[in-house]
Design a protein around this ligand. Structure first.
Ligand code: NAI
Length: 774
């Protein structure tokens, strides 16, 4: 193109980035890669091709790791773990700094290789992915440095099995490896089969950085390798980013193995434009929301909701902007949208759009593995394209009238990863942001990420956070060793009630005593087999009723923390007033310590009353003019199986943190001493606890566990049961992907079981990004 032509067309000339160094690196490695195990690349085994999707050229051959490779990698990680942890936080910090520095030093090589292997525009790999990778290692070097001082009593989980997808191959690797290493874990990571090269370059960098052998291991291959890794019994913690479908499989495969698990899954994130938004900024925001990385982003703003008054104007501006988006050679620095990662993914996108009944508007794209920017209007909210993740540059749009309608439409999805709100009115934006069911909300912005700000979802977008303090939870555990819990013995005794004692305690649902649906009761025996009374046996229907009551008490989550504290103090006072009665009841069940247990329970209620208004979240230091708020929100409805060991203190230890943080609870009383729980109804009744906030059932833990775990209106299940129900809870929660917190048959020390660990389980961190500028 001549200069005269350029002046005439005002078109961009090509500005290709040179690929020579990246291609030379591949050739230097022999163009065939083995796995990286114990600090060495293995001899390549069975291999498959990794291609450049923009050209179809084969870049290299990558090994399909064998089961023996996975075993060897896990063994190497295990062997290295103790020494790595003993290096101490400050020692590990030096290594993480070294990795950060080397990532920066080789930034161009990483960016070009990433662009070649994934098809993402070099501009994005260079300016977004790689800088964020370096930032993640620096930030977590800092976390390692501070670990002993700031996370006392926490230890590494052990060996982490980590599986990442193809949309941000190197960035997702950093999100997984940096926090794991910082906290003293070692890792085996499996990159996605379409995009393994930057992980292998990273392995090379680990060698250069002098990282101890076995601390980082990379096994390449497809989902079969991933499945073998996550289920491996030498792995203590699994972290996965990818599709909801595979996340569900991993939840099932790891159920009952006692592993830590975090899942960062799909999304269908709403992009909400109010009529008082800066419309031009919002259009540019959409470019970043849905055309960044060709829409192959789990938190892509893929559902546009525009207020009716500006909908026409906004769509006009949007369509105009779509025409000017340049789709093409990812290595060209002037390109906005690169190639789709793989022909298979392209076919998936084409198939989904072809079946659409809406009005389709498209920009342009060259021949090959490219897809044009696409807008689809006129779909019903229930249309599959409004609900399913397309994972391509395809935006669906609809309109709304009022803020409450916007919130209802935005939340009309099974996902809950991210959301974007556009309004120049601070009242509207900050009123709507907390109402959106999502782990991340961007106000007047989109797709902002930083190591200091947690990222992750709710609902079927998974659980757990990456980044920030909350991201470290997944990579640490209490340092103290826990003993195995005795499996609950069947409750036996002489089924003769003493003369004059006719107590059949009912269930407590919606603030009222309710007869069990099945009409069945059982005897409760004390120490020595003496009959103490009878309790109802709750069935699935009772559980469902309790959940409905809890759902109905949503007002509790909106009550002020001060009010919730007042109620907790009131419960404490009323329990104290009946201390003798409760102590006698506990003595009868456990044979000892009733008085001390009641005192501890009262004190615990006061503690959580104190916590209620002191665990709200904080402000994160992200590199932006504005604020990133880490807000602690209630999880919602928490179902919990209470322990046998401490009939009252156990119940209070579970109930108090949950309701202090604004949750509603469905508790199943410990099986050995349920009468303490049923006596407690009267304390609740006299303490201004709104009906439905606390629901208490008595019955068989084993029978109720599957229903609790499967129920779609329960947001989290906790179990401290002495029955062996941890595995069933984890497995049965896979459909709804709710959070679970189970004891895996280990003893909890109820004398000390108080504080942050419970509060963290009782809350979800929502990161709200609020950039500003006058
Ligand atoms: P995927 O979820 O199948 O793959 C992600 C990673 O999991 C890859 O490394 C894969 O090898 C591995 N994997 C597959 N099956 C596994 C198993 N049973 N156990 C352990 N690991 C396993 O995603 P895929 O097939 O590449 O893409 C399919 C759809 O998933 C996309 O169209 C998109 O909608 C969604 N997706 C969502 C992502 C997100 O970040 N939320 C990322 C990638 C895909």
């Amino acid at each position: 193109m001549s200069i005269k032509d350029i002046f005439e067309t005002m078109d961009y000339g090509p500005a290709p980035e040179a690929a020579g160094d990246a291609l030379a690196w591949i050739v230097d490695q022999g163009s065939r890669f083995g796995a990286f195990i114990n600090g060495e690349f293995t001899t390549p085994g069975d291999t498959f091709e990794t291609i450049n999707p923009a050209t179809g050229e084969v870049l290299a051959q990558v090994t399909q790791a064998s089961p023996a490779d996975v075993d060897a990698a896990v063994a190497a990680a295990r062997k290295a773990q103790d020494g790595w942890e003993r290096l101490g936080g400050k020692g590990r910090a030096r290594h993480l700094y070294a990795l950060a520095r080397l990532v920066q030093k080789h930034a161009r090589l990483f960016a070009v290789l990433e662009s070649l292997d994934s098809g993402k525009p070099i501009r994005e790999a260079r300016d977004i992915d790689v800088p964020l990778v370096a930032r993640h290692f620096y930030y977590h070097a800092g976390m390692a440095q501070l670990m002993e001082a700031e996370l006392p009593g926490r230890a590494a989980m052990g060996v982490c099995g980590q599986v990442v997808p193809w949309n941000f191959p190197l960035l997702m690797l950093a999100w997984k490896i940096a926090p794991a290493l910082a906290m003293g874990n070692t890792v085996v990571l499996k990159p996605a089969e379409w995009t393994s090269l930057t992980a292998l370059l990273f392995a090379d960098i680990c060698r250069q950085a002098g990282l101890p052998k076995g601390v980082v291991n990379i096994v390449t291959g497809d989902g079969v390798v991933g499945a073998a890794l996550v289920a491996h019994d030498g792995v203590d913690k699994v972290a996965f980013t990818g599709s909801t479908e595979v996340g569900r499989k991993i939840r099932e495969a790891t159920a009952g193995q006692g592993k830590g698990l975090t899942l960062e899954l799909g999304g269908k994130s709403p992009f909400v434009v109010f009529e008082d938004a800066d419309l031009d900024s919002a259009v540019e925001g959409l470019v970043d929301a849905i055309w960044f990385n060709g829409g192959q982003v789990c938190c892509a703003g893929s559902r546009l909701l525009v207020q009716e008054g500006v909908a026409e104007r906004f769509h006009e501006k949007l369509k105009l902007r779509m025409q000017s988006l340049r789709v093409g050679n990812p290595l060209d620095k002037c390109i906005d949208v690169g190639a789709i990662v793989h022909p298979e993914q392209l076919a998936r996108i084409k198939g989904l759009v072809a079946g659409s009944g809406g009005v389709v508007t498209q920009g342009t794209a060259p021949e090959g593995c490219y897809y044009p920017p696409t807008l689809i209007e006129g779909l019903e909210p229930a249309d599959p394209l409004m609900q399913e993740e397309i994972f391509g540059p395809v935006l669906v749009s609809t309109t709304f009238r009022t803020p409450s309608e916007a919130v209802a439409l935005a939340n009309n999805t099974r996902y809950g990863l991210a959301a974007s709100v556009w309004s120049e009115n601070v009242n509207v934006a900050l009123d709507v942001a907390p109402k959106l069911v999502a782990g991340v909300v961007w106000v007047n912005g989109t797709n902002m990420f930083d190591a200091a700000a947690g990222f992750g979802g709710v609902r079927e977008s998974g659980f757990g956070r990456e980044g920030g303090w909350e991201g470290l939870q997944a990579y640490t555990k209490p340092a103290a060793k826990r003993k195995a819990l005795k499996v609950a013995a069947p409750v036996v005794g002489e089924p003769e009630l003493p003369e004059g004692l006719d107590r059949t305690a009912k269930l407590y649902i919606g603030g009222k005593q309710a007869r069990p649906d099945g009409g069945y009761v059982r005897h409760v025996f004390g120490k020595g087999g003496k009959a103490l009374g009878q309790v109802g046996i709750a069935n699935r229907k009772d559980l469902r009723n309790a959940v409905e009551a809890a759902r109905g008490a949503a007002g509790w989550s909106g009550a002020t923390a001060h009010n919730r504290a007042q109620v907790l103090y009131y419960i404490a006072e009323n329990l104290e007033a009946r201390a003798e009665e409760f102590a006698a009841r506990i003595d009868a069940v456990t044979g000892k310590g009733g008085k001390a247990e009641v005192e501890a329970a009262v004190s615990r209620l006061f503690s959580y009353g104190a916590w209620a208004d002191k665990f709200g979240g904080d402000l994160r230091q992200v590199p932006m003019r504005g604020m990133a708020l880490a807000v602690r929100e209630p999880v919602g409805v928490v179902g919990a199986f209470c322990p046998d060991e401490a009939p009252l203190l156990g119940l209070i230890s579970v109930l108090a943190p949950a309701i202090a943080m604004g949750n509603r609870v469905v508790l199943v009383a410990g099986e050995a001493g349920p009468l303490t729980a049923t006596d407690f109804y009267q304390v609740l009744d006299t303490s201004d606890v709104p009906g439905g906030v606390v629901n208490i059932l008595t019955g068989s833990h084993a029978e109720l566990a599957p229903t609790m775990a499967q129920h779609f209106d329960i947001d989290a299940v906790w179990s401290f049961s002495a029955s062996d129900i941890s595995a069933v809870i984890e497995r049965e929660s896979a459909a709804s992907l709710k959070r679970t917190w189970v004891n895996n048959g280990l003893v909890t020390d109820w004398d000390t079981a108080e504080g942050r660990a419970f509060l963290e389980q009782a809350t979800e961190v929502k990161t709200v990004w609020v950039p500003y500028g006058a």
